[in-house]
Write a protein that binds this ligand. Structure first.
Ligand code: NAP
Length: 290
């Protein structure tokens, strides 16, 4: 699985390899009269959200799917927002929809996962899809939350065994930490979910075979959190700005990359895997619509 040189777990080769599979699946659906189509609901003009949604649209179009970004004004009332979303999800011409987060303050309490029906829930946030995770779905046909699903794809690509491994997930958010913990359990890992109230976090991380960190704190995971084996894998979900305004992860990448068996870079690691999973979920939703 690894020699002495740490594996730099980049997403690019995985995405490259998956694109041909996505293209042929998309063509097969088109031959059956279905053009996989996604609608993205973007409220307001958050610069990061504009970039994320644009990247997602570009990626969907790369393999032949259609993607429309529906822009709504930031001062939309809750009633207007709900009725717009309803019209979009009820439209039979699309197979997948999602609301780009974050929402403006007046809408931020809304559970967007519940606005999208399970069959079109390409983000995997609807309760019915989360329930599949609880029941033990590993993701072959279900709509699984994108970032956790992408991390499993990345581990598979780089031959990182999950079965029986001790995996520490740091962070327990609804979009990453919690679904990640469930999905890893479904892949037979032994999972410890840590958070801001965890006592002795370093004891947990030192005992881990794999650490997944998703806390949103730049370069938090330093060498003090690792053991001396050089056999640990680090999956860095974080997207932060460093002191120079450059994108960086939750792991102190420069100072730990030689001390581990493998690590995901930021950028170029988990982020693009999330978009790949979204594409896979869209094709799955389109296929399910048959
Ligand atoms: P979030 O909702 O803010 O949750 C952060 C989690 O981290 C919470 O569970 C919190 O614990 C825990 N935490 C915070 N500080 C901690 C500490 N010092 N020690 C241990 N746990 C700590 O975050 P999120 O939405 O999951 O996002 C996390 C990061 O991933 C962000 O940088 C985000 O931008 C990034 N992200 C990237 C992608 C991608 O595709 N690459 C996707 C989603 C998110 P408590 O629950 O106790 O408060």
């Amino acid at each position: 699985m690894t020699g002495n040189t740490p594996i730099l777990m980049k997403s690019a080769p995985v995405v490259e390899q998956s694109l041909s599979e996505l293209s042929s699946k998309c063509s097969a659906l088109k031959e059956k009269g279905i053009t996989p189509t996604m609608k993205v609901i973007l409220v307001g003009d958050n610069p990061a959200s504009i970039i994320y949604t644009r990247n997602k649209k570009r990626f969907m179009e790369k393999f032949g799917a259609e993607c429309e970004i529906i822009k709504l004004p930031s001062n939309l009332s809750e009633t207007e927002f709900l009725s717009k979303v309803k019209a979009i999800v009820d439209d039979q011409s699309n197979h997948g929809c999602f609301v780009q987060l974050p929402l403006p303050k007046q809408l931020s309490h809304i559970d967007v996962g519940e606005l999208i029906p399970p069959s079109k829930d390409v983000d995997g946030f609807n309760k019915a899809n989360i329930m599949n995770l609880f029941k033990g779905e590993k993701g072959e046909s279900a709509l699984i939350p994108c970032t956790p699903k992408g991390i499993i794809t990345l581990c598979n690509h780089y031959g990182i065994e999950l079965l029986g491994k001790n995996v520490v997930v740091i962070g327990r958010s609804l979009i990453v930490g919690k679904p990640m913990s469930l999905l890893l359990g479904n892949h037979n890992a032994t999972v410890t979910m840590c958070h801001s109230r965890t006592q002795n976090l370093k004891e947990h991380t030192k005992a881990a075979d794999i650490i997944v960190i998703a806390i949103g704190s730049a370069k938090f995971l330093t060498k003090e959190f690792l053991n001396n084996s050089k056999k640990q894998y680090i999956i860095d979900v974080g997207m932060n700005q460093d002191e120079n305004g450059k994108l960086c992860g939750d792991a102190d990448y420069q100072n730990i990359k030689e001390l581990v068996a493998g690590i995901t870079p930021v950028p170029g690691g988990v982020g693009p895997m999330t978009i790949l999973s979204l594409a896979q979920n869209l094709l799955q939703a389109a296929e399910n619509s048959l």
